[in-house]
Design a protein around this ligand. Structure first.
Ligand code: BGC
Length: 477
């Protein structure tokens, strides 16, 4: 490997490019690539969020629909997503990241149109599974593809555009549900997702394959030409060399994922995934209006509080994007998760003191605690989970390892979502939130001990470090 000059290493590290010289940012081509790809995140958020409003009107077409059947419409998407994450890993490794995202966009269109035009309840269920496959695939491939193309110094913010798109998708779905509530048009609620799906497909046609994947598949010339679009000419060779070196030294096979060498980092991804879900975020995202209404708020006030909660989620994600490459992943993750623990404890205490139906001050404290909880998630565990799993694995097992973590995320989401209402009646609101608070404290302790700082570092260096070895590119600096 050619020794890299300090200057060139610094330029790679800081992602200097011609556009950046004017804007001080990562450059237009890279931002454009991340924004187009993040449409996959928008679909993830929209399709998971839209169902809460659509459920209210399914009875217009299916008059005998039961609560269990409604739950299936919601939760089968999560099952599809878990499967989609695994399937997408194989594709992303074999045919590449870009074609996988193109196929994902087509699956989105098919699933969404099927849901919107469904003649029967059974077809609606099938449609939700199909949408789930696409959501699961997008949830993994989008952060991976952006992470592999982004300059290290801006990677945190760029990959987290995906989380911004997820939260915006959730918010847009609430607004669409609200806007279409008068017409009760649940088919249009589902169907509108066709627009971002078609845009994702068209946008991805203008993009190129991930340079890291090309290098790992010995297509150096193609990788060079992609990098030339994303970086200034004078750093392309050095970055290419560093990718080649990383891929050569980390030539691990998928079956080695459970070997002692990689087991630790695989467990790290899985536990981050599980903690992201068992600390309760989706009980809030999916059930906040139900919870708020049953806690004593009128239903329109509950819906309004829900929209405000969505705005807090988006707003704090923007703050996170700004901070991730400045203060680092660890600090945001740990402080955000501490904030969640405090908010959950306050919620539990309010319910303990006020009983399950809150009035006056208790209701207000609960709402503020809810907003604080969501904001704390949005600044830490929300974006940082997806970011870290795109950073900590060697390139040749990145897709498989990310799919295992993503599978764990959707699996844990499913378990929490289907058991939440049962938990509330079995151990009361106070008991449920104390349980989430406890799990959140456990999460903080684990993050403190195990989560590495990845800010500003090259992907090859991060995974090599985690495996306890160094690659030559790093030694040269
Ligand atoms: C999580 C989703 C959640 C969303 C809320 C994502 O990072 O993976 O499960 O619904 O954040 O903002």
């Amino acid at each position: 490997m050619s020794k890299m000059s300090h200057e060139a290493a610094d330029r790679i590290q800081h992602g200097a490019d011609p556009a950046r010289q004017h804007s001080g940012g990562p450059g237009r081509a890279v931002i454009w690539m991340a924004a187009i790809t993040a449409l996959g995140g928008l679909l993830f958020g929209y399709d998971t969020g839209v169902v809460s409003g659509a459920l209210l009107f399914l009875k217009n077409d299916f008059p005998h629909i039961t609560s269990l059947q409604k739950e299936l419409v919601t939760s089968l998407l999560l099952v599809g997503a878990a499967i989609g994450a695994i399937g997408a890993a194989r594709l992303a490794d074999r045919i590449g990241r870009r074609p996988t995202i193109l196929i994902t966009a087509v699956v989105f269109v098919i699933g969404v149109l099927l849901a919107a035009l469904t003649p029967t309840y059974g077809v609606l269920l099938a449609a939700r599974v199909i949408i789930g496959l696409a959501v699961g695939s997008a949830s993994m491939t989008v952060p991976m593809y952006i992470g592999e193309a982004a300059p290290p110094r801006f990677r945190g913010g760029l990959v987290s555009l995906n989380q911004l798109a997820i939260t915006s998708g959730i918010l847009v779905s609430y607004l669409v549900d609200y806007g279409l509530a008068g017409s009760q048009n649940w088919r249009l609620m589902f169907g509108l997702a066709t627009i971002p799906a078609v845009l994702l497909f068209a946008g991805m046609l203008t993009q190129k394959e991930s340079p890291a994947w090309l290098v790992a598949h010995d297509r150096e010339d193609d990788a060079r030409s992609v990098l030339s679009r994303l970086r200034p000419a004078d750093v392309v060779d050095d970055e290419l060399n560093s990718m080649k070196e990383g891929a050569r030294k980390q030539d691990v096979k998928t079956r080695e994922l459970i070997s002692p060498r990689l087991r630790g980092v695989l467990i790290l991804g899985v536990l981050l995934a599980v903690f992201q879900q068992v600390t309760g975020i989706n009980t809030v995202i999916y059930y906040a209006p139900t919870l708020l209404a049953s806690a004593g708020l009128g239903s329109s006030a509950a819906l309004l509080a829900n929209v405000v909660n969505g705005v807090v989620n988006v707003g704090m994600t923007i703050v996170a994007i700004w901070l991730l490459d400045r203060v680092g992943r660890r600090r945001l993750l740990i402080s955000g998760t501490c904030g969640m623990a405090v908010a959950l404890t306050v919620l539990a205490l309010v319910f303990l003191i006020g009983g399950s139906t809150l009035t006056g001050a208790g209701a207000y404290v609960a709402i503020v605690a809810l907003f604080f909880y969501t904001g704390s998630f949005a600044i830490g565990l929300g974006p940082v989970f997806w970011l870290l799993i795109s950073e900590i694995y060697p390139v040749r097992v990145r897709a498989s390892a990310m799919s295992v973590a993503t599978f764990a995320n959707w699996g844990a989401n499913f378990v929490v979502t289907v058991s939440f209402l049962t938990l509330l009646s079995a151990i009361t609101n106070a008991g449920t939130f104390f349980l989430f608070a406890f799990l959140t404290v456990v999460a903080v302790a684990y993050f403190w001990r195990r989560v590495p700082e990845t800010k500003g570092r090259r992907l090859e260096d991060i995974s090599a470090d985690i495996e306890g070895r160094k690659v030559a590119g790093q030694a040269a600096r």
